[in-house]
Ligand binder design. Structure first.
Ligand code: MG
Length: 380
C-alpha cells in the first residue's frame, strides 16, 4: 500500500494492513489515511443524523441533554487524549470514536431492543455494530465509482470489534476482520472511552432532568462521592451544582487516567513491541484497573436502577417500542409503501432486514412523523 504510513499501534510495527481500502483511493499527501476516513465519516449522512437521535432522554425537556452526536464527540475527545498519552495513532482512535454509534436506531437502547425483537420474530437480529458496517460499506453513497465510504480496513475492523468479539465460526462473512485476533489498542480504547463518557454525562443529564439528586448520587456512587469531597475541600462554600460540575470533570479525568495507566501497564507486562503482539494476546489489554472497574460497575448499576429504568424513562421506552413495532409491522405487511430505494433491496436482503435498515436510519423526529402518518393512513 503506497498510502502515507501512519504511526502504528505500537511503534515499529508493519501496520499497512490497517490502511487497505477495498477500492484504490488516490493519494492525498496532506492527510493520513485515517484523517481521510474521519472526513468521510463526518461528512456522511448517517453522522449528521446522530444529532437527531436519543442518547438517554428522548423528550426535549432540556436543550442540554446529550444527543448521540454530542455523546460521540465526548467519546472522541477522551479516545484521542488516551491514544496520545499511550503513543498510539490519535487519528485512528478519534475516527473510531466518531463512527462508534453510527449504527444506532432512533430512541436509544429502547429503539434498538424493539427493533431486535421485531427482527427476532423473522429469524434475524439487530446488532448496531454490524449495522454500522452496512452503513459505511453500503448505504452511504458519495462516490461515483462505488457504494459506501471505502474506509480503511483499520476503521472497518474497529467498527466491528471495538466493543465485543464476534466468533469466526458464527460470522464467516466477517473473516476479513481477523476475528480470531484482538483489535489494535486504538479500537480497544473506544469501548472504555464510551463508558467514561456516558458514566459522566448520564449523571449530569440525570441531575439536569430532575430524576437524580446530587446528594443521592454521592451516597451511592463511590467514585463520584470521592471526587465531590475532594472538590468540596478545595472550594469550601461553593454552591452544590458547581461542586457537582467540578466533581464530574474530576471523575472523568480519574477514569481516563486510570485507563491510560492500566493499559500501559498491561501492554508492558506482556512485553508487547508490535501490533502483532497486541493481536496475538489472548485478551484485550485496554482495561481499567480492578478498583476503577469495580467502581465503574457500581455506578453503572446505580444508573440502571435509578435512571434508565425509572418510570419517566420507562414511559419513553414504551412509546419507543410502540412506534418501532407499529412501523415495522406496517411495512412488513405493506412493503410497497417503502421508499423505492429500500423496496428495490428486498429481493437481495429479505423484507425484514430492509424494513429494519429503513427504521434504523431514522432520527427520533423522522420516525415520529412516519408513525403519525401511518396511524392516519391506517385509520382511513
Ligand atoms: Mg456510545
Amino acid at each position: 500500500m503506497s498510502d502515507k504510513l501512519h504511526e502504528c499501534a505500537v511503534a515499529g510495527d508493519p501496520g499497512d494492513l490497517l490502511l487497505l481500502r477495498v477500492h484504490p483511493a488516490p493519494l492525498r499527501p496532506s492527510r493520513t489515511a485515517f484523517q481521510r476516513d474521519r472526513e468521510r465519516i463526518v461528512q456522511s449522512r448517517a453522522f449528521r443524523r446522530l444529532a437527531g437521535k436519543t442518547q438517554v432522554f428522548t423528550s426535549r425537556a432540556s436543550d442540554h441533554f446529550r444527543s448521540r452526536l454530542t455523546h460521540t464527540m465526548e467519546v472522541a475527545q477522551i479516545a484521542r487524549a488516551a491514544a496520545a498519552e499511550l503513543g498510539l495513532n490519535e487519528d485512528l482512535a478519534e475516527t473510531l470514536a466518531l463512527v462508534h454509534d453510527i449504527g444506532h436506531p432512533p430512541f436509544g437502547h429502547a429503539g434498538e431492543r424493539a427493533l431486535d425483537q421485531c427482527l427476532c420474530r423473522h429469524g434475524r437480529n439487530f446488532d448496531h455494530n454490524l449495522h454500522a458496517l452496512r452503513i459505511v460499506e453500503h448505504f452511504e453513497q458519495r462516490y461515483a465509482a462505488h457504494r459506501g465510504l471505502n474506509l480503511t480496513l483499520g476503521v472497518r475492523e474497529g467498527i466491528i470489534k471495538h466493543s465485543r468479539d464476534y466468533s469466526a465460526d458464527q460470522h464467516p462473512d466477517l473473516a476479513e476482520y481477523l476475528l480470531d485476533e484482538r483489535p489494535p489498542l486504538e479500537a480497544q480504547l473506544i469501548d472504555l472511552a464510551d463508558e467514561i463518557a456516558y458514566l459522566t454525562a448520564d449523571l449530569d443529564d440525570g441531575v439536569e432532568s430532575g430524576l437524580l439528586e446530587i446528594s443521592h448520587i454521592c451516597e451511592n456512587v463511590d467514585i463520584l462521592n470521592r471526587c465531590y469531597r475532594a472538590v468540596e475541600r478545595e472550594h469550601a462554600g461553593l454552591e452544590e451544582k458547581y461542586l457537582f460540575n467540578e466533581a464530574l470533570q474530576l471523575m472523568q479525568n480519574t477514569l481516563t487516567d486510570d485507563l491510560i495507566e492500566n493499559t500501559r501497564k498491561n501492554t508492558q507486562a506482556i512485553g508487547a513491541e508490535s501490533l502483532a503482539d497486541i493481536r496475538r494476546h489472548t485478551s484485550r489489554l485496554a482495561l481499567f484497573s480492578p478498583q476503577a472497574e469495580a467502581e465503574r460497575l457500581q455506578e453503572k448499576r446505580y444508573l440502571y436502577d435509578t435512571l434508565y429504568t425509572c418510570d419517566a424513562l420507562e414511559n419513553e421506552h414504551d412509546k419507543a417500542e410502540e412506534v418501532v413495532t407499529t412501523l415495522f409491522n406496517y411495512w412488513i405487511n405493506d412493503p410497497e409503501e417503502l421508499p423505492q430505494g429500500y423496496f428495490d433491496e428486498v429481493r437481495e436482503e429479505g423484507l425484514a432486514r430492509v424494513v429494519a435498515d429503513y427504521i434504523a436510519g431514522m432520527t427520533d423526529s423522522f420516525i415520529l412523523l412516519q408513525y403519525a402518518q401511518v396511524k392516519r393512513a391506517v385509520r382511513r
